[in-house]
Design a protein around this ligand. Structure first.
Ligand code: DGL
Length: 278
């Protein structure tokens, strides 16, 4: 299969995959979750870079002509290095890796009337300030306020977000973000895991604040990219197939937990990346 590779540290990328499949139903996809090493959000720059490179190498070696980094943390920390150095040195000029930060920052300013946008993300994404830098390029008038939510990915991966203590934590982070400026009118969920918390977040933040998730944004941007790059588009197989891989050795654990993010997955395989757990 020569599908589009979709990579995330764990389950979060499934929220992006769903949007890709909806907009591009003919295309084949190959999903890889590095569940054995998730979460990435509190790992160092070097670790995220190393793990992301290993995953990209694996997907490209399986025959994917291109890979979407459906993970903000990996996109924010590792994409530039992968695009500028790693791909050229190891995979030749025709392979492509695209992230989720750029397509989001290209249009996020259009959502806010007040030009004040709040961002919720992992500690690594927030500390990297990738969003701050990119948003300034496309929307110089927009002020971006960022709040890191270190406990959110673990509570989503472990499916404990319905517990009372988790809801208190979610509330704390949302309030801390909104406190940064009373005119914030848009909140970007800059982590592909966070759409799972949308119903809870909606109960917490005032109704007039719009909450933006990335699935549709990334899918539209990818489709436009493929229209602009017909050669790449031709190299992707289109048989409506999706293959699922995880670095987790317990396949059933992946199958069971993935149902909170996505429809039932009948076949999941173990991806042997020869994990380098630094
Ligand atoms: N889905 C990843 C993201 O968008 C979660 C990162 C993590 O594993 O902490 O950032």
């Amino acid at each position: 299969m020569q599908g589009i590779g979709v990579f995330d540290s764990g389950f979060g990328g499934l929220t992006i995959l769903e949007s890709l499949q909806e907009l591009m139903p003919e295309y084949d996809f190959m999903y890889l979750g590095d569940n054995a090493r998730a979460p990435y959000g509190e790992k160092s720059f070097d670790q995220v870079n190393e793990y992301t490179k290993e995953a990209i190498d694996w997907l490209l070696e399986q025959g994917c002509p291109m890979v979407i980094l459906a993970c903000n943390t990996a996109s924010a920390l590792a994409l530039r290095n992968i695009q500028q150095i790693h791909l050229k040195q190891n995979h030749g000029a025709e392979k492509r890796v695209l992230g989720v930060v750029r397509p989001t920052t290209e249009i996020i300013g259009n959502y806010s009337k007040a030009n004040k946008i709040g961002l919720l993300g992992t500690p690594a994404t927030v500390e990297s300030n990738s969003y701050g830098i990119e948003v300034k390029k496309f929307f110089p008038k927009v002020s971006l306020y960022q709040e890191s939510c270190p406990l959110w990915v673990p509570m989503i991966e472990n499916h404990t977000y319905h517990e009372a203590s988790s809801k208190i934590q979610i509330q704390k982070n949302c309030e801390a973000l909104l406190k940064q400026d009373k005119d914030i009118d848009t909140i970007l969920l800059a982590c592909t895991h966070y759409p799972i918390l949308l119903p809870i977040i909606k109960q917490i933040v005032p109704k007039e604040i719009q909450i933006v998730t990335q699935g549709d944004i990334v899918a539209k941007s990818l489709l436009e990219y493929l229209h602009r790059h017909p050669k790449m588009d031709e190299s992707i197989s289109k048989n409506k197939n999706t293959a699922f891989y995880t670095t987790e050795t317990d396949i059933n654990k992946f199958k069971e937990k993935s149902t909170h993010f996505y429809k039932t997955i009948s076949t999941v395989r173990h991806a042997n990346l020869a994990l380098n757990d630094t």
